[in-house]
Design a protein around this ligand. Structure first.
Ligand code: C2G
Length: 130
Protein backbone atom coordinates (compact mmCIF):
# COMPACT_ATOMS: atom_id res chain seq x y z
CA UNK A 1 0.00 0.00 0.00
CA UNK A 2 1.47 3.36 -1.08
CA UNK A 3 2.20 5.50 2.02
CA UNK A 4 1.27 9.20 1.52
CA UNK A 5 4.23 11.28 0.34
CA UNK A 6 5.28 13.74 3.07
CA UNK A 7 5.80 17.26 1.70
CA UNK A 8 8.21 19.58 3.50
CA UNK A 9 8.50 23.37 2.97
CA UNK A 10 11.19 25.87 3.91
CA UNK A 11 12.12 29.42 2.87
CA UNK A 12 15.25 31.48 2.54
CA UNK A 13 17.52 33.76 0.54
CA UNK A 14 20.28 31.15 0.11
CA UNK A 15 22.81 33.71 -1.12
CA UNK A 16 26.41 32.42 -1.55
CA UNK A 17 25.07 28.90 -0.99
CA UNK A 18 27.10 27.32 1.80
CA UNK A 19 27.31 24.28 4.09
CA UNK A 20 24.84 25.72 6.60
CA UNK A 21 22.24 26.01 3.85
CA UNK A 22 22.95 22.48 2.64
CA UNK A 23 22.63 21.14 6.18
CA UNK A 24 19.14 22.55 6.72
CA UNK A 25 18.03 21.38 3.27
CA UNK A 26 19.46 17.90 3.98
CA UNK A 27 17.72 17.62 7.36
CA UNK A 28 14.44 19.01 6.00
CA UNK A 29 14.44 16.52 3.10
CA UNK A 30 15.28 13.63 5.44
CA UNK A 31 12.14 14.41 7.44
CA UNK A 32 9.88 13.85 4.41
CA UNK A 33 9.78 12.77 0.78
CA UNK A 34 9.46 16.01 -1.20
CA UNK A 35 11.11 19.32 -0.28
CA UNK A 36 9.80 22.64 -1.55
CA UNK A 37 12.05 25.67 -1.11
CA UNK A 38 10.52 29.16 -1.10
CA UNK A 39 13.35 31.26 -2.50
CA UNK A 40 13.29 34.96 -1.66
CA UNK A 41 13.02 37.12 -4.78
CA UNK A 42 15.37 40.08 -5.25
CA UNK A 43 12.45 42.41 -4.48
CA UNK A 44 11.60 40.54 -1.25
CA UNK A 45 15.26 40.63 -0.21
CA UNK A 46 15.03 44.43 -0.44
CA UNK A 47 12.00 44.23 1.84
CA UNK A 48 14.00 41.96 4.20
CA UNK A 49 16.85 44.48 4.00
CA UNK A 50 19.23 41.87 2.57
CA UNK A 51 21.94 42.84 0.07
CA UNK A 52 22.59 39.76 -2.14
CA UNK A 53 25.69 38.88 -4.17
CA UNK A 54 23.64 36.60 -6.47
CA UNK A 55 20.36 37.52 -8.16
CA UNK A 56 17.26 35.32 -7.94
CA UNK A 57 17.94 33.30 -11.11
CA UNK A 58 21.51 32.49 -10.01
CA UNK A 59 20.39 31.54 -6.49
CA UNK A 60 17.61 29.41 -8.06
CA UNK A 61 20.07 27.68 -10.43
CA UNK A 62 22.35 26.88 -7.50
CA UNK A 63 19.48 25.46 -5.41
CA UNK A 64 18.25 23.36 -8.35
CA UNK A 65 21.68 21.70 -8.36
CA UNK A 66 21.13 20.58 -4.76
CA UNK A 67 19.74 17.03 -4.67
CA UNK A 68 17.63 17.73 -1.53
CA UNK A 69 15.53 20.48 -3.19
CA UNK A 70 12.68 19.06 -5.28
CA UNK A 71 10.81 22.26 -6.18
CA UNK A 72 11.79 25.93 -5.95
CA UNK A 73 9.00 28.51 -5.65
CA UNK A 74 9.43 32.31 -5.39
CA UNK A 75 9.03 33.93 -1.97
CA UNK A 76 7.68 37.43 -2.66
CA UNK A 77 6.26 38.54 0.69
CA UNK A 78 5.75 37.67 4.37
CA UNK A 79 2.09 36.78 3.81
CA UNK A 80 2.27 33.89 1.32
CA UNK A 81 3.29 31.02 3.62
CA UNK A 82 -0.26 29.96 4.64
CA UNK A 83 -1.38 29.86 1.01
CA UNK A 84 1.78 27.99 -0.04
CA UNK A 85 1.20 25.41 2.72
CA UNK A 86 -2.38 24.89 1.56
CA UNK A 87 -1.72 24.97 -2.20
CA UNK A 88 1.12 22.45 -1.95
CA UNK A 89 -0.50 20.27 0.73
CA UNK A 90 2.54 20.75 2.98
CA UNK A 91 2.83 18.39 5.97
CA UNK A 92 5.89 19.90 7.64
CA UNK A 93 7.30 23.44 7.73
CA UNK A 94 10.99 23.77 8.61
CA UNK A 95 13.13 26.82 9.47
CA UNK A 96 16.43 27.35 11.26
CA UNK A 97 16.01 28.17 14.95
CA UNK A 98 17.02 31.81 14.42
CA UNK A 99 13.32 31.95 13.44
CA UNK A 100 12.08 29.95 16.43
CA UNK A 101 8.44 30.82 17.19
CA UNK A 102 8.07 33.27 14.30
CA UNK A 103 5.94 30.96 12.14
CA UNK A 104 3.93 29.10 14.81
CA UNK A 105 0.70 30.43 13.22
CA UNK A 106 1.30 27.75 10.54
CA UNK A 107 0.63 25.05 13.19
CA UNK A 108 -3.05 25.40 12.24
CA UNK A 109 -2.16 23.92 8.82
CA UNK A 110 0.92 21.72 9.23
CA UNK A 111 3.67 20.60 11.59
CA UNK A 112 6.22 23.36 12.36
CA UNK A 113 9.82 22.59 13.35
CA UNK A 114 12.82 24.87 13.93
CA UNK A 115 16.20 23.15 13.52
CA UNK A 116 19.51 24.22 15.08
CA UNK A 117 21.54 26.47 12.80
CA UNK A 118 24.92 25.17 11.59
CA UNK A 119 27.56 26.89 13.67
CA UNK A 120 30.50 28.86 12.27
CA UNK A 121 29.14 29.70 8.82
CA UNK A 122 26.97 32.47 7.46
CA UNK A 123 26.63 34.46 4.27
CA UNK A 124 27.67 37.55 6.24
CA UNK A 125 30.93 35.79 7.26
CA UNK A 126 31.59 34.69 3.68
CA UNK A 127 31.02 38.22 2.38
CA UNK A 128 33.57 39.55 4.89
CA UNK A 129 36.10 37.05 3.48
CA UNK A 130 35.40 37.99 -0.17
N1 C2G B 1 20.84 28.50 8.15
C1 C2G B 1 21.37 27.53 8.99
N2 C2G B 1 22.66 27.62 9.38
C2 C2G B 1 23.45 28.65 8.96
C3 C2G B 1 22.91 29.63 8.09
C4 C2G B 1 21.59 29.53 7.69
O1 C2G B 1 20.67 26.58 9.40
N3 C2G B 1 24.73 28.71 9.37
C5 C2G B 1 19.42 28.37 7.76
C6 C2G B 1 18.56 29.52 8.25
O2 C2G B 1 18.19 29.31 9.61
C7 C2G B 1 17.38 29.44 7.30
C8 C2G B 1 18.03 28.92 5.99
O3 C2G B 1 19.32 28.40 6.35
O4 C2G B 1 16.43 28.49 7.76
C9 C2G B 1 18.20 30.01 4.95
O5 C2G B 1 18.94 31.05 5.54
P1 C2G B 1 18.89 32.51 4.83
O6 C2G B 1 19.18 32.35 3.38
O7 C2G B 1 19.70 33.46 5.66
O8 C2G B 1 17.36 32.83 4.95
P2 C2G B 1 16.65 34.04 5.74
O9 C2G B 1 17.17 35.33 5.28
O10 C2G B 1 16.68 33.67 7.17
O11 C2G B 1 15.17 33.95 5.13
O12 C2G B 1 10.47 33.85 5.22
C10 C2G B 1 11.66 33.31 5.76
C11 C2G B 1 12.87 34.03 5.22
O13 C2G B 1 12.85 34.05 3.81
C12 C2G B 1 14.13 33.34 5.73
Amino acid sequence: METKKKTVLTYGTFDLLHFGHLEILRRAKEMGDFLIVGLSTDRFNEIKGKQCVHDYQTRKNMLEAVKYADLIIPEEDWEQKTKDVQDHHVDLFIMGDDWAGKFDYLKDYCEVKYLPRTKGISTTKLKALL
